[in-house]
Design a protein around this ligand. Structure first.
Ligand code: ADP
Ligand code: ZN
Length: 590
């Protein structure tokens, strides 16, 4: 029988899935054929299945190299819940002896290790004890200095793998541009035809980007629409603490902080509570998330602009891995860009141009009146359709206005007042309000005094925000504004300026997030209750038992026999055995 057809049977039996998703089948086929591969698939595409499935089909142990202990343990739980023989060798494990014995006896399908362990000579020796079937390298972009997450330990993997020349390699990553991909393949010895590149799109995530006026109110509104679990990224420890406290007070929901300044115990406890919960919100610095594989995160919010589009995509990608509707909301301010641009001066000459490009790309994303998804996907080299129907700009197209004349007025006011005043003062000068300071500086006699009126006055703030995002206005040390970027071209009339008109955009209570769940359906709620109880009993996060989508199907199909239960997506043989009867009993009561 054709290998892939057999793989489908295993997919059904072990994982309870009817079909491969996206490019999974291509990757699995290559792994089954013993061909080395780089799989670039977006978060949530189901990368782990591409080695877990072959692991149970074929003889030999698969060694999985993964950068973070939390990530390994999460994977371990999911693998074991599906009846896969898996173990981890990390500093946090106490069962080393058993794991080593099991490995030597050939009784492991998967062995997870960290790269620093994998590169030790003793480990090489240890691996020779049993036939190996595959090296899987997770977060493979870490091997490349081009990537945004270079880890020197990953460079030691090649010598290890070269000791086992017949063992095929599977590198996995969610983020890699062309240069990084080529580098990873060269570094890990993967042939040129070994690239499987899935689309980057995450259609179930709804992107929205808005200026930040009151982050507590803005995020509380998002939380009101999104009863599920969420991550809020904030730029500093202080802001994390502050937001966590205020959001908790404003919403009455469980909100916890996470940052490197908390002691290790609190951090671990907050992370564990978040992973196990169905509705907790964690406010965190970007230190949080890389090791978190929680599939039912319903929203990711950014307070402040992220470092780069790559970072933004990776962070927002933590929403909705389970494929259910999810949201990614960014709340930015001109100050975020001003700070980031002022830091450019500290960056070494060699990297400055690249860093500036990163910021320009981000400014383009936050300022575009067009489809956000299209901007993101084009950034990753794809050619998406012009509209997606699932981002703020597609759902509620903003007006764009030509602000060239107003921009020239604003910029010349900046210039004529000596490039050291903030927008408040500039507005007074431009709209002709002479207060003490204006008079004291003699600004009422400038040619720009009182040249802006009516509707235009209201556009000064969004215009200044846009110019700061683009770098045409830059912040001075003392909070004033100075000319930068293309300001002179705009002044000379050689460049026009279009900006988005900030309509008082109603954040409508439109469907998003967990509305996919039939909240209020007594059977669905009863199934969730049972899942919660079982999870608590087993010390597992609820999603490891079943995803929401599986419970929804159960509630809709109401299976009454084990056989019918086994046909529900997400119910594999092991889970049918472990939980089938309990869920059947609940269904029979309704
Ligand atoms: P990644 O590592 O690519 O971010 P995961 O391996 O964590 O993604 O998988 C994301 C989720 O998708 C998992 O919860 C998994 O159970 C689910 N999944 C994987 N493959 C399939 C499939 N073929 N059909 C349905 N669900 C799948
Ligand atoms: Zn769109």
């Amino acid at each position: 029988m054709d290998r892939l057809a057999r793989a489908r049977d295993y997919l059904r039996d072990i994982f309870g899935f009817d079909e491969f998703r996206g490019r999974q089948a291509d990757v699995v086929a290559r792994v089954l054929n013993g061909e080395s591969t780089l799989a670039v698939m977006p978060t949530g595409a189901g990368k782990s299945l591409t080695y877990q499935l072959p692991a149970v089909m074929l003889e030999g142990t698969r060694v999985v190299i993964s950068p973070l202990i939390a990530l390994m343990h999460d994977q371990l739980r999911s693998a074991r819940a599906n009846g896969i023989r898996a173990a981890t060798l990390t500093s946090a494990d106490s069962d080393w002896r058993e794991t080593q014995d099991a490995f030597r006896a050939g009784a492991l399908d998967l062995l997870y290790v960290a790269p620093e362990r994998a590169s030790q000579p003793a480990f090489r020796e240890f691996l020779s004890a049993t036939p190996l079937a595959l090296f899987a390298v997770d977060e493979a972009h870490c091997v490349s200095e081009w990537g945004h997450d270079f880890r020197p330990d990953y460079r030691q993997l090649r010598p290890l793998m070269d000791q086992f020349p017949d063992v095929p390699r599977l590198a996995l990553t969610a983020t890699a541009d062309r240069q990084t991909r080529a580098d990873v393949m060269a570094q890990l010895g993967i042939p040129e035809d070994g690239l499987v590149l899935a689309g980057f799109d995450r259609p179930n995530i709804r992107y929205a980007i808005a200026p930040r006026d009151n982050p507590v109110r803005q995020i509380a509104a998002l939380m009101a629409e999104q009863p599920g679990a969420g991550i809020v990224y904030a730029p500093t420890r202080r802001k994390v603490e502050d937001l966590a406290e205020k959001l908790g007070a404003a919403t009455g929901r469980a909100v916890r902080p996470y940052h490197a300044g908390l002691d290790a115990e609190t951090r671990a406890a907050n992370q564990a509570a978040f992973v196990a919960s169905e509705d907790m919100v964690i406010v965190a610095t970007v230190a949080f998330g890389m090791g978190i594989d929680k599939p039912d995160v319903r929203f990711v919010a950014h307070v402040g602009v992220p470092k780069s589009i790559e970072g933004y995509y990776q962070e927002t990608g933590r929403a909705g891995r389970d494929g259910d509707p999810a949201r990614a909301d960014m709340f930015w301010s001109a100050g975020d860009f001003a700070t980031a641009r002022s830091r450019l001066a500290e960056v070494g000459e060699a990297r400055r141009a690249a860093e500036r490009q990163r910021l320009d790309a981000l400014a383009g994303l936050v300022e575009t009146p067009h489809c956000r998804r299209a901007v993101l996907l084009r950034h990753f080299g794809e050619e998406p359709p012009p509209t997606c129907g699932n981002c703020d700009n597609c759902l509620d197209p903003p007006k764009v206005t030509d602000a060239t004349e107003l921009a020239r007025k604003l910029l010349s006011a900046v210039y004529r007042t000596g490039q050291s005043f903030g927008l408040g003062h500039l507005r007074k000068v431009l709209t002709g309000q002479s207060d003490e300071r204006v008079l004291q500086k003699g600004h009422e006699s400038l040619s720009v005094f009182g040249i802006v009126e009516g509707e235009d006055a209201r556009m000064l703030q969004p215009l200044s925000r846009a110019l700061q995002a683009r770098g045409d206005l830059v912040a001075t040390e003392h909070g004033g504004l100075a000319l930068g970027g293309d300001a002179r071209d705009i002044l000379k009339g050689e460049q026009s300026v279009e900006i988005v008109v900030p309509a008082a955009r109603k954040r409508s209570g439109r469907r998003g997030g967990s509305e996919a769940n039939p909240v209020g359906d007594p059977l669905f709620e009863a199934l969730r209750d049972l899942r919660r109880d079982l999870a608590k009993e087993a010390g597992l996060p609820p999603y490891v038992i079943f995803h929401d989508s599986t419970l929804r199907q159960m509630a809709a199909a109401r299976p009454t026999t084990r056989e019918a239960m086994g046909r529900v997506e997400g119910v594999g043989a092991k889970k049918l055995d472990a939980y089938g009867d309990a869920f059947l009993a609940v269904i029979r009561q309704y």
